[in-house]
Design a protein around this ligand. Structure first.
Ligand code: C2E
Ligand code: CA
Ligand code: CA
Ligand code: CA
Length: 277
């Protein structure tokens, strides 16, 4: 084993040291990423399946680190969440998205934009007021903003999280349950959350076939959501036969590489202005 092979052990330790050093550096640099202008928002289209039109997008954070280059949010968001710097990132994301919405509105491109919100944001009593002021300042309608919330983000303080969600709703912001079907899903909690949309996690969608268990789950989730008055988004749609199934099953919205990947704002804008082929 590795302990008896000094060469391999050394390589292993060097590898883990480098990985550890990278984490330490990322945590240190995260706090200044926004003010250093290293953050970007990319936009991934959401297709209205019945209308055959893109009317919305999800904003996804990108970090161009001076040393490591493009760092994936799958790596730095969990670090930010664990080290107390997620709220700095969320504040930047909301401001940037509202600024972008204003710019697009002015150029006659009216879209709804979804943002991802973390557990720490849901215990921030000032969130709704902060966002409300920002929307007013830029003259952007609250209905153009959607906050995506995972059920696990509700767990830190479920009571306070519900209060924050209700204050966001009172402001006119739309709410969506992200990654539905993973983690701490509970229908009782879903019923209490003042949400308008549910996103079925991509793990159910990616390898969907008509006769699988995933198909049963997806179809019943769509039916249940509609009974509760919620719109349904399927994420991770990579193939046209999956879009065909979703259309047949009356799913409202599709998001995934089939439609397009997340794009920088200018590229997204020119793409979305072209008619879909
Ligand atoms: P998410 O919210 O579930 O976002 C969807 C992720 O799936 C994105 O990864 C997107 O690029 C990817 N994706 C979209 N379509 C497909 C597809 O067809 N196939 C496959 N395989 N993947 C697809 P991304 O951009 O790397 O983001 C990863 C996660 O990081 C997000 O998952 C979200 O949890 C988190 N994240 C991203 N931006 C933010 C942010 O601004 N704030 C917070 N709190 N979290 C964020
Ligand atoms: Ca999301
Ligand atoms: Ca998701
Ligand atoms: Ca996810």
């Amino acid at each position: 084993d590795a302990a008896q092979q000094p060469g391999r052990l050394q390589v292993y330790q060097q590898g883990s040291d480098a990985a550890h050093q990278r984490q330490v550096n990322l945590v240190r640099d995260l706090r200044h990423a926004a003010q250093n202008g290293e953050l970007l928002l990319y936009y991934q289209p959401k297709l209205d399946i019945r209308a055959g039109r893109v009317t919305a997008a999800e904003a996804l954070l990108r970090w161009v680190h001076p040393q490591y280059g493009m760092v994936s949010p799958g790596e730095f968001i969990p670090l930010a969440e664990r080290t107390g710097s997620i709220q700095i990132l969320t504040t930047w994301v909301i401001e940037e998205a509202v600024r972008q919405l204003h710019e697009w509105n002015q150029r006659g491109l009216r879209l709804q934009v979804s943002l991802n919100i973390s557990a720490d944001d849901l215990v921030n009593r000032g969130l709704a007021e902060q966002v409300g002021q920002l929307l007013a300042r830029h003259g952007v309608a609250a209905e153009q903003l959607v906050f995506e919330i995972t059920e696990s983000a509700m767990m830190q303080d479920p009571q306070l999280a519900l209060e924050v969600l209700h204050s966001l709703r009172a402001c006119g912001i739309h709410l969506s349950v992200d990654d539905f079907g993973t983690g701490y899903s509970s229908l009782a909690q879903l019923k209490r959350m003042p949400v308008q949309e549910l996103k079925i996690d991509q793990s159910f969608i990616r390898d969907l076939d008509e006769h699988s268990e995933d198909a049963v789950i997806v179809r019943s989730t769509i039916e249940m959501s509609h009974s509760l008055g919620l719109k349904v988004v399927a994420e991770g749609v990579e193939y046209s036969y999956i879009l065909d199934l979703l259309r047949r099953w009356n799913c409202d919205t599709a998001q995934g590489y089939l439609i397009n990947k997340p794009l920088p704002p200018a590229q997204f804008e020119s793409w979305v202005r072209q008619p879909l082929s």
